[in-house]
Design a protein. Structure first.
Length: 93
């Protein structure tokens, strides 16, 4: 492990969110499967988070991982999910 994990949360797209996403993007079934689940991990330090992110880029299929950093305050309030920013970032990639 790369440091101390202080918390883990996940977010799964609802059928309505999937439908909205498919209206804005043409996704294959494999791409949609990658978009369905978001996992949020809170590390003890920023350095630990960066080490974990670097390790993810070393895996066999790095294209399956998308790493973003958010404020711990957002994690603590439980407001991370599929927001407008996440949809616009997905549309740009």
């Amino acid at each position: 492990m790369y440091g101390t994990v202080k918390g883990v949360r996940w977010y799964v797209l609802t059928p309505a969110e999937e439908a909205d996403l498919l209206k804005t993007r043409s996704l294959s079934p494999a791409q949609l499967a990658c978009e369905r689940l978001r996992i949020f991990v809170r590390f003890d330090t920023v350095a630990d988070a960066f080490r974990a992110a670097e390790k993810l880029t070393d895996v066999k299929n790095p294209s399956r991982w998308s790493v973003a950093f958010f404020s711990s305050e957002l994690y603590s309030r439980g407001v991370l999910g599929l927001g407008e920013d996440a949809v616009s970032q997905a549309n740009e990639s």
